[in-house]
Design a protein around this ligand. Structure first.
Ligand code: AMP
Length: 321
């Protein structure tokens, strides 16, 4: 890998972001409703969220003949570049189906049909080279690594998301990718599965020893934790009256986080704290309707209002005598 010795990134394009992951169809069942076929995929959610903060979002993914052209156009309209999205004329898009439990925090995966993903060999378009930030959305670890290897310059920050499915089917590859990324994002169950530790503090220590300098552990309706060595920060989730469909909340969180980091160009721990608040705010929209529906509705004002709500939620005064 040519760039691995790079400690300082020179000549990267400021505010540039590459996002990688699945673009898919999902079938979702929650206690409140059911849909047989709605657009989803990790990279779809990341792009919808991140493009509120930074453009262009340089997307790398793969779809089949069935992926709606209108969805692609909608993404482009929002500043998402799709030169890196391969379209396979004779295969179907990635398909995932899941059913949520009554608590809406846990779910069962019913079907994962890789379809086009099975032979995906991601390529980084020339125009994407020199990106300052790389968001490796949930995807086959081998493909996440391929993208890193395709880059001619190391981004300032490489963030990786993954899930239990890849821990069960490709744990060794996943652990290799971990050596090359700066930050990992997983949920609490996945942090436990990856580390073999029940305590999230011990799990964080074990995962940070696998390679990344930063770790975010998402805890659904209980917020998210950000770890770096001995430092930890906690961001709550907004207490919502109705959670309709949590699908994509993790990816939307990732998109909001990396969108904020790319917009500000600041990779300090302090700014990462703001990033996880922005990510949590975006995720709180995502869960309000099926699939990415709600993400397509919200604009700058609503996003700012919600970030303000987060601020109010956690700020208080106390006098100790
Ligand atoms: P989240 O709820 O944030 O975990 O993300 C759900 C989205 O991830 C859905 O839209 C799925 O299409 C997508 N997805 C599900 N399983 C996988 C997988 N194994 N690899 C990549 N994306 C997946």
């Amino acid at each position: 890998m040519p760039f691995l010795d790079w400690r300082i990134s020179i000549g990267l394009h400021p505010m540039s972001l590459i996002t990688v992951g699945t673009m898919a169809f999902d079938a979702i069942e929650t206690p409140f409703g059911k849909t047989d076929r709605i657009v989803g995929g990790s990279a779809t959610y990341v792009a919808y969220a991140a493009s509120n903060f930074v453009t262009p979002v340089q997307q790398i993914s793969i779809v089949g003949y069935d992926f709606p052209q209108e969805e692609m156009e909608e993404l482009r309209r929002r500043g998402v570049q799709t030169d890196g999205v391969e379209i396979v004329a004779d295969k179907k898009s990635f398909f995932w189906s899941g059913r949520y439990h009554a608590d809406m925090n846990s779910r069962d995966t019913l079907v994962t049909d890789l379809n086009v993903l099975a032979d995906f060999d991601p390529k980084v378009p020339a125009g994407y080279q020199g990106a300052e930030f790389l968001m490796l959305g949930n995807l086959q670890p081998r493909m996440q690594l391929n993208v890193i290897q395709e880059l001619t310059q190391r981004p300032r920050l490489i963030v990786m998301d993954t899930m239990n499915f890849w821990m069960e089917t490709a744990m060794n590859e996943l652990k290799i990718v971990l050596r090359y990324v700066d930050m990992l994002m997983v949920n609490d169950a996945e942090a436990r599965q990856l580390s073999g530790e029940y305590s999230l503090v011990k799990a964080a220590r074990a995962i940070l020893a696998m390679g990344p300098r930063y770790l975010i552990i998402k805890k659904g309706e209980h917020g998210a934790l950000l770890f770096q060595q001995d430092e930890v920060f906690y961001a709550p989730a907004l207490p919502l009256e109705d959670v309709f469909d949590p699908t994509g909340a993790g990816d939307t969180f990732a998109g909001g986080f990396i969108g904020h980091i790319a917009k500000t160009g600041d990779i300090s721990f302090e700014n990462m704290k703001r990033g996880i608040i922005v990510g949590s705010a975006m995720a709180s929209f995502c869960v309000e309707k099926f699939g990415p529906t709600r993400l397509k509705e919200v604009g700058k004002k609503e996003i700012h209002d919600r970030i303000r709500q987060f601020k109010d939620l956690v700020s208080f005064d106390i006098e100790l005598s």
